[in-house]
Design a protein around this ligand. Structure first.
Ligand SMILES: Cc1cc2nc3c(=O)[nH]c(=O)nc-3n(C[C@H](O)[C@H](O)[C@H](O)COP(=O)(O)O)c2cc1C
Length: 240
């Protein structure tokens, strides 16, 4: 029913907490999530994606030991997007609550220091307790016809992500998408660990599981419909 799919879409959310290492995702559920990805729309039906399922403890460990470093660009651009209180986020309806990041990332006076102090840290703390990760990759040599910069290809990968995310949500499985896997240094290491050929690129990692403890409610916001829809003509709605 229509209402059911809308509810599912509204309920889908990011769960960025440790997952229970003793509660693996059932094989049948995993198969259904991949099946949902298989039927995603892609530009020109290119289906330019492959999924590496990582569920071997030793491989997960190797991935967890891979180090990533937050870039200066991320810290500075992230700061521009932050809200500093729930009230501010409720007002803006866009972006993320600053409290999910370290305090020094939220203080403009300390941003420089945060950048200097930033050290490579293992991915472990981000994928804690995960028993399965889907690494979504694509062939960088291909693109949809005349799709400059492969924009259509990236949109297609997003469709794969959303299909799988909604399927997981409907099965009661939590999801955390990690784009850090596509950062150059991390990607290089992940490709080495998983024997991914040179011409393939990592799009994102799709982490699934069941949180160890009930995650605390976090504020999720969206813009009001009338602030981004235009009928028959673009109207200036005060965007910068
Ligand atoms: C292309 C893409 C990349 C994302 N990368 C990350 C990521 O690296 N880390 C993360 O915690 N969330 C990531 N997210 C999740 C978004 O931050 C999240 O969907 C957004 O803040 C809305 O929150 P919600 O998923 O709870 O509705 C990503 C989402 C998309 C679509």
């Amino acid at each position: 029913m229509m209402t059911d799919i809308l509810k599912l879409i509204q309920q889908r959310h990011s769960t960025r907490v440790p997952y229970d290492p003793n509660r693996p995702v059932a094989k049948d559920d995993l198969r259904q999530i991949i099946e949902a990805g298989r039927w995603a729309p892609t530009a020109h039906n290119m289906q330019n994606f492959e999924i590496v399922v990582v569920d071997d403890k030793k491989v997960l460990e190797k991935i967890g030991n891979t180090k990533s470093q937050v870039s200066e660009a991320f810290i500075r651009e992230n700061y521009q997007q932050l809200s500093f209180s729930e009230e501010e986020l409720l007002r803006k309806k866009v972006g993320i609550l600053g409290t999910v990041f370290p305090p020094e990332w939220r203080d403009p006076a300390k941003l420089g220091e945060a950048v200097r102090e930033s050290r490579p840290t293992p991915l472990n703390h981000r994928i804690r307790g995960s028993t399965v990760l889907l690494i979504v990759i694509y062939d960088a040599r291909k693109r949809a016809p005349a799709s400059e910069g492969d924009v259509l290809g990236f949109i297609s990968l997003g469709c794969v992500m959303e299909n799988m995310w909604l399927m997981a949500q409907s099965l009661g499985i939590s999801v955390h998408v990690l784009s850090v896997f596509s950062a150059h240094v991390v990607e290089k290491e992940i490709k080495r660990i998983l024997s991914i050929p040179e011409y393939m690129k990592v799009a994102f990692a799709f982490r699934m599981g069941y949180p160890v403890s009930k995650p605390t409610r976090h504020l999720r916001v969206r813009r009001d419909e009338e602030t981004f829809t235009h009928y028959n003509k673009y109207e200036n709605k005060g965007h910068r």
